[in-house]
Design a protein around this ligand. Structure first.
Ligand code: GLV
Ligand code: MG
Length: 338
């Protein structure tokens, strides 16, 4: 077990990172709000108890001439609000912008004792995390903050994806990684202009029906984000941190939003961003295991006794490995119920 003091000593570049587990806190939805928008800010006390994570956004979607208003708005809201069990996060501006340093200086100094996690956008490699880690260590020491602020990276550049393993293990402060499909699409020169979700042109078509080559053939849309999500989930699992799907921009398409969130959940993600109150309930439903799946998992666990050997249940073979799969589902249900 690393002591809190270890958080103040960033790992040297290339040092082996101990495998560890981020302490569990429900994080099914990271609900974004613009702290510089007074109408939105006024709703924060009412929204806070309905979400797992509330995030004051300072980066994209906040105009350049509103950056300072957003930063000071977040300080004001954080000082005035009791967030209870709800986590408070912020998304700072990217490290190549003119605002990131002032974001860190102001937020850690003013509300560092209330901030749980700082989300860092456009992370390209371990060096970006080391930079934030060193600054946080200094600022926390100066402000005498006892509880280390954790760091969350957004995976949204091609270089970041190429370096995702080293990002995941860059610091004991690393809490998790989110997929950022909009910036990632631009960085890779993909040809979608949507924020997450699928594209009708990205599909597979069934084979021709024998000799009748003109017969209509079914098409099936594919998940544009499958490869990156799976790669990110592996990197996070290997380093004991948490993977998240990011934003789904088509607020009206609640069905496609639920599908995208569910794909991420099934692949191993623990949550997603919510950009509008309607997405809060979707994330809560999707990222909480379904009662029927939990009941099945508990049945297998019970039948497997000490978790070794094999049993048949309803014609399906269960063994040590399915026991572990079922533990994942049952443990998540228990943790969310606690
Ligand atoms: C999120 O920041 C994204 O770019 O998708
Ligand atoms: Mg982005």
């Amino acid at each position: 077990m690393r002591s809190p003091k270890d958080f103040f000593r960033p790992l040297a570049v290339g040092a082996p990172t101990p495998v560890r587990e981020v302490p569990f806190r429900p994080s099914r939805m990271i609900h974004f709000f613009d702290p510089g928008n007074e109408k939105m800010a006024a709703k924060v006390p009412a929204i806070a108890p309905t979400v797992d994570v509330l995030l004051g956004n300072l980066e994209d979607a906040v105009a350049a001439d509103r950056k300072e208003a957003a930063r000071s708005g977040l300080v004001k809201i954080a000082k005035a609000t009791d967030f209870g069990d709800t986590q408070l996060w912020t998304r700072i501006n990217s490290l190549d912008s003119p605002w990131a340093l002032d974001d860190l200086l102001t937020l850690v100094t003013e509300i560092g004792d209330k901030l749980d996690v700082i989300m860092v956008p456009k992370v390209e490699g371990a060096e970006d995390i080391h930079y934030v880690d060193r600054l946080l260590a200094q600022l926390e020491a100066k402000a005498q903050i006892q509880r280390p602020i954790l760091v969350h990276a957004i995976l949204e550049t091609a270089t970041g994806v190429a370096n995702v393993e080293e990002i995941a293990g860059a610091s004991p402060r690393m809490q998790g990684i989110s997929l950022g499909p909009a910036d990632l699409a631009a960085s890779r020169r993909m040809k979608t202009t949507r924020v997450g979700g699928g594209h009708p042109g990205y599909l597979v078509r069934e084979d021709p029906h024998g000799a009748d080559t003109d017969a209509p053939r079914a098409t099936f849309q594919q998940d544009l984000w499958h490869y990156t999500l799976a790669r990110m989930v592996d990197a996070c699992a290997a380093h004991g941190i948490l993977p998240f799907y990011g934003p789904f921009g088509d607020i009206k398409d609640v069905t496609a939003c639920e599908d995208q969130f569910r794909n991420a959940f099934l692949l191993g993600c623990v949550g997603a961003w919510s950009l509008h109150p309607v997405q809060i309930a979707i994330a809560k439903k999707v990222f909480s295991p379904a009662p029927a799946d939990v009941a099945w998992a508990r049945r297998v666990i019970e039948a497997m006794g000490d978790g070794t050997g094999a049993v048949m249940i309803d014609g399906k073979m269960q063994d040590d490995a399915t026991y572990k799969q079922c533990q994942v589902v049952a443990e998540l249900a228990d943790a969310l119920a606690a």
